[in-house]
Design a binder for this molecule. Structure first.
Ligand SMILES: Cc1cc2nc3c(=O)[nH]c(=O)nc-3n(C[C@H](O)[C@H](O)[C@H](O)COP(=O)(O)OP(=O)(O)OC[C@H]3O[C@@H](n4cnc5c(N)ncnc54)[C@H](O)[C@@H]3O)c2cc1C
Ligand code: FES
Length: 281
């Protein structure tokens, strides 16, 4: 038998737990366990990487890994019901089987460029997933980072992800969490306003700092001016891009944007790198 590993072969995996995250039921977090002990032991990912999830007879889709590398024994994926494959996944039950190929892409440079820096995490909507992984990783290695500030927004309180964890993080004194919703809502006594507005109010210092921003392109576009006004530069800002993918490993060219393959060279890029690409961010 050949010892060469086929990069297209998914690991057999089982849906271990399914949690409905949002009030509309369209976002669920899937806890997935790789079935073979050897695969579980071999799996090593970095916060910000993604995996290809495959459903027999439906297809294969790229999804960011929502669990931190420090959460061992399982993987978490938070999935928005968007179309064919995501709907099929939403219709599955605990115990059902899927395939997982990965980890793929580069991830955030948590053990290199970001070490020793003050970190600002800015997220909108369900793009918080890989930033959850990043935040948990950083909290587990708290001494490696300076001040950690999180700004996270959703449309309504019921659309916030990871609500139990948000409450726990808010109670800590070594991380500064700002959770906001778009408009006033009954029972909500937290921040109200769009993420870019709150980013302007929080005005995190750019000194020895890096910002990790994930969200819809429009949110990123409007978050940059208030940061630039207080001295943030494009080299300090990391974004995670999304694009249509097939192979996920830099071979088919499906995800190319100008000279880069988002799956292989990204999905994480600095804003300086993104500014050189033929897309608007
Ligand atoms: C690196 C990466 C990480 C991602 N992480 C997550 C995640 O953590 N959670 C999550 O819910 N989704 C994530 N996505 C998006 C996810 O891959 C798509 O929503 C999914 O492929 C849609 O598959 P589908 O068969 O359900 O939809 P389809 O039936 O293929 O399409 C339904 C609709 O979604 C649009 N669409 C399909 N694929 C994409 C895409 N790649 N980008 C933008 N729009 C698309 C289509 O144009 C169509 O309007 C990620 C994508 C990438 C590239
Ligand atoms: S998806 Fe094939 S090269 Fe990126």
């Amino acid at each position: 038998m050949s010892s060469i590993k086929n990069p297209y072969r998914p690991y057999p995996a089982r849906l271990d737990n399914i949690k409905v995250e949002t009030e509309d039921g369209n976002l669920k977090t899937f806890r997935i366990v790789l079935e073979d002990k050897a695969d579980r032991e071999a799996w090593k990912h970095t916060a910000g990487q993604f995996a290809m999830l495959s459903l027999a007879g439906k297809g294969e889709i790229p999804i960011g890994i929502a669990s931190s590398p420090t959460e061992e024994g399982h993987l978490l994926f938070t999935v928005n019901r968007a179309g064919v494959v995501t709907t099929a996944l939403h219709n599955m039950n605990e115990g059902d089987r899927i395939g997982v190929r990965g980890p793929l892409g580069n991830g955030f440079p948590v053990d290199t460029e970001l070490k020793g820096k003050n970190i600002v995490i800015i997220a909108g909507g369900f793009a918080f997933t890989t930033l959850r992984a990043t935040l948990i990783y950083m909290l587990e290695h708290r001494q490696d980072y300076g001040k950690i500030t999180v700004i996270y927004g959703a449309r309504t309180p019921g659309m916030l992800l990871y609500r139990d964890e948000l409450e726990k993080w808010q109670a800590r004194d070594d991380v500064d969490i700002h959770v906001t919703i778009d408009r006033e809502a009954p029972g909500w006594d937290g921040l109200v306003g769009f993420v870019p507005t709150i980013a302007g109010q929080v005005a995190p210092s750019p000194d020895n700092a890096a910002a990790l921003i994930c969200g819809p392109p429009i949110m990123i576009k409007f978050t940059m001016p208030p940061l630039e006004e207080i001295g943030w530069t494009d080299d300090q800002v990391y974004l995670s891009l999304e694009n249509r993918m097939k192979c996920g490993i830099g071979i088919c060219g499906h995800c190319s944007v100008g000279p880069v393959y988002v799956c292989h060279d990204g999905p994480v890029f600095t804003r300086s790198q993104v500014q050189k690409l033929p897309i608007e961010y």
